[in-house]
Design a binder for this molecule. Structure first.
Ligand code: ADP
Length: 351
């Protein structure tokens, strides 16, 4: 809008209010003293309903705090705030602020408290989960320390057995702390788009050779199938390496001991590169597919613990992929194949 138009006398006040409303992230409504809506921005329509103009706000917000208000009072200091719960399936909570603008008009601003409330819940759950996950190895460690301290004549075989268990539990705590730190780093940098161009083969080859040397493979191997020569994506080398380490390691951990893990690289139309990690094994029942990328979510907790899982691997994958504007697709037929596919936009730039 030009300054001339803005200053023009013909330009109505409601247009000014509409412009203000449209740049706000909160719901914004102006009513007359009878509560008839004169201006409503898009967010207000999303929150309390469509086609709001000329409707009566007192009929839309059936909250006793709100219904007791009277916009006809002349006092300009008129200022009210209350929380209103919407009648939708999410039970979203709105903070509603009301202010008299002038003799004839009232301003009502709605902010959605749901996101803040959800983030708070995620934070609380995370702290509770971490404490719980750290407590189990710690309890085992202190149990064995106590046993060794109390029994001065403990035989060498038992002592060795105890020390090996303690070593495993200490490593578990270490892995957990490493994964928590990786997750929080990735989350805090989620908004920074990677700008370097990486050939997807480099991190994948590096992961395959690390895993081959680690002794994780039993009587199987990792087979790489490359069906395209367009391999460049915009990405962070170390983060992409972490994604495929976690996916291929899971393919081995949860796959049958004697069947290969396949890594397949294909191009999907002109713009996308799809890398799939496929294994045969007991798989993931459909009802869990939506949940397994949640932090600490495991289909079989005892099994994951036994094979050294932290329950954070796929959560880390998910957040790295959000940062790369890439998509994760999970398909599984229990007792047959499980396929994790990552769909990357191909790089527009060259290396
Ligand atoms: P974990 O440390 O437990 O492996 P992840 O976040 O990597 O944690 O995986 C979460 C859960 O998803 C695992 O506990 C397992 O139940 C399931 N899962 C992951 N990958 C596979 C796979 N390839 N086959 C079967 N189940 C899998």
């Amino acid at each position: 809008m030009s300054i001339e138009k803005f200053n023009s006398k013909k330009y109505k006040t409601s247009n000014n209010f509409e412009d203000i409303g449209n740049i706000l992230d909160d719901g914004f409504i102006i009513t007359n003293n009878d509560g008839i809506i004169l201006v409503a921005n898009k967010i207000a329509q999303e929150l309390i309903g469509k086609n709001l103009i000329n409707k009566n706000i007192f009929k839309l917000i059936s909250n006793s705090d709100f219904l007791s208000l009277d916009f006809n009072v002349s006092n300009n200091d008129y200022d009210h705030i209350f929380v209103h719960e919407l009648d939708d399936y999410l039970h979203r909570q709105l903070k509603v602020k009301i202010k008299k603008l002038n003799k004839n008009k009232a301003l009502i601003v709605f902010s959605d408290l749901t996101l803040q409330r959800n983030l708070e819940k995620i934070r609380r759950d995370f702290v509770a989960n971490v404490s719980h996950e750290l407590r189990s190895p710690l309890t085992i460690l202190s149990g064995f320390i106590e046993t060794i301290l109390l029994d001065q004549n403990i035989d060498k075989t038992s002592l060795n057995k105890f020390l090996n268990i303690m070593d495993e539990e200490a490593k578990r705590m270490n892995n957990l702390i490493d994964d928590i730190l990786s997750l929080s780093k990735v989350e805090s940098e989620e908004h920074i788009l990677p700008s370097t161009v990486v050939s997807i083969l480099d991190p994948i080859n590096s992961v395959i050779s690390t895993i081959e040397k680690s002794g994780l493979l039993k009587s199987n191997k990792i087979t790489l199938i490359k069906k395209t020569d367009s391999l460049n994506i915009e990405g962070n080398y170390l983060e992409i390496t972490q994604v495929f380490y976690n996916l291929i390691e899971n393919g081995i951990k949860y796959g049958n001991q004697n069947s290969d893990v396949i890594v397949e690289i294909i191009q999907n139309d002109l713009n996308y590169l799809v890398v799939s990690v496929i294994n045969e094994g007991e798989g993931i029942p459909e009802k869990y597919l939506d949940r397994i990328t949640e932090r600490f979510y495991r289909v079989d907790k005892a099994r994951s613990r036994k094979i050294g899982g932290t329950g954070l691997g796929l959560a880390i994958v998910k957040h790295i992929l959000i940062k790369h504007r890439a998509e994760l697709k999970i398909e599984s037929v229990p007792n047959e194949k499980t396929k994790f596919s990552v769909i990357f936009p191909l790089a527009k730039k060259k290396i």
